[in-house]
Design a protein around this ligand. Structure first.
Ligand SMILES: CCC1=C(C)/C(=C/C2=NC(=C\c3[nH]c(/C=C4\NC(=O)[C@H](C)[C@H]4CC)c(C)c3CCC(=O)O)/C(CCC(=O)O)=C2C)NC1=O
Length: 174
């Protein structure tokens, strides 16, 4: 996996250059969000099961046919597999969040996933929706926390790993 620092250093090492103003401003922007990143992963760690259950509840409220005979979450085994997948998305998103880099998502979550899903008839649309719901729930919880603590409510960096997974899974060509 990569993180913000490693990816910048690798880029400069390739051309044998010292870290210049461009690198410094990229590093500054990473460090300036470091404490907030920690707060988000703390929030995720404290309420992970609640967040996952909430995302699943909202998904099944929006798309109840998933739970009916013929639906991909029908039977306890498939329902549990779906919740476990949502847990994977949340956990890996939290790793990418602290790293400030999305390579871990390609390497450990997304590569080959569409092929697996299509061979098992797991629908991509509702999967994408579950990732967006995770994102909404976490962003809302974070904004509440940030307002209480009087810190910045800028959520762009929280959205990044979720948007990355959504974009990857939404692309048409496998
Ligand atoms: C860490 C990276 C990683 C990921 C992402 C992963 C996903 C993953 N999800 C799977 C299955 C599955 N995934 C789902 C998921 C869903 N069904 C729905 O209706 C919803 C739309 C959705 C939940 C949001 C289901 C139901 C299965 C079981 C399908 C089956 O066996 O029929 C499988 C097939 C093997 C298994 O059942 O364990 C894999 C590999 N495995 C990994 O190691």
């Amino acid at each position: 996996m990569q993180d913000t620092i490693a990816s910048i250093v690798n880029r400069y090492d390739c051309t044998g250059k010292y870290l210049d103003n461009v690198a410094i401003s990229e590093l500054e922007s990473y460090f300036s969000t470091a404490i907030i990143r920690l707060k988000v992963i703390e929030l995720i760690n404290q309420s992970s099961s609640k967040i996952i259950q909430e995302a699943a509840n909202r998904l099944y409220t929006e798309q109840p046919e998933l739970l009916r005979p013929g639906g991909n979450s029908y039977t306890t085994r498939r329902y549990s597999a779906c919740l476990r997948d949502i847990e994977y998305y949340l956990r890996y998103a939290s790793y990418a969040l602290i790293a400030g880099n999305t390579t871990i998502l390609s390497e450990r979550v997304l590569d080959g996933l569409k092929e697996t899903y299509s061979s098992l008839n797991v629908p991509i649309g509702p999967t994408v929706r579950s990732i967006q719901l995770l994102e909404d729930i976490i962003c809302n919880e974070f904004i509440i926390l940030a307002q209480k603590q009087n810190i910045s409510t800028n959520i762009t960096f929280i959205q990044q790993p979720f948007n990355y997974m959504v974009k990857y899974l939404s692309e048409k060509n496998i």
